[in-house]
Design a protein around this ligand. Structure first.
Ligand code: CUA
Length: 167
């Protein structure tokens, strides 16, 4: 079969583009991973208490050392479980001194939720079966609202909490 010179060029160009495209997609999907970076560790969503971090008594804010904190959270439809206070009341607000290094660890038993501390760089997707982690230094004082930015059902807009960073 005889191919015209330009036909050949375009055929090669077309095939080349296709291979390049597949290579980029393949690289993004398999090498870099299509999941957000935080989704490395898995957890049994039916039994999250088996993980030390998500036992009821370990939820909420824990001081690890001076200037270093861990916040363990269980997101569910439709709230953020941050543990209970001394009086047995549900905690909805955590207070952290300015300049602290804070590791947020969060999971869920039910559906996909978001965990965004508005006005900070804390913004995670929370999936059942995964632990999402993010460490940050809270540099600015103020009250920051925790919002769910993944639609999770009728009470989606009711999911919130507060992080207060004080001087
Ligand atoms: Cu949880 Cu939207």
């Amino acid at each position: 079969m005889h191919l015209h010179k330009y036909e050949k060029i375009w055929l090669i160009f077309g095939l080349g583009s296709l291979i390049l495209f597949l290579a980029i997609i393949g690289f993004a999907a398999f090498y870099k991973g299509t999941h957000p970076q935080s989704h490395i560790e898995t957890i049994d969503p039916q039994n999250i208490e088996a993980n030390e971090n998500f036992k009821p008594e370990n939820l909420g804010l824990t001081k690890v050392e001076e200037g270093k904190y861990v916040v363990n959270i269980v997101a569910s439809a439709f709230n953020y479980d941050l543990g209970i206070d001394e009086k047995g009341k549900r905690v909805n607000k955590i207070r952290i001194p300015k300049g602290s290094k804070v590791l947020f660890q969060i999971t869920t038993k039910d559906v996909v939720h978001g965990f965004n501390v508005a006005g900070t760089n804390v913004n995670m997707m929370v999936e059942p079966g995964h632990i999402s982690r993010y460490e940050t230094t809270l540099k600015n004082t103020g009250e920051f609202t925790i919002v769910c930015n993944e639609y999770c059902g009728l009470g989606h807009h009711l999911m919130f909490g507060t992080v207060e960073v004080y001087e």
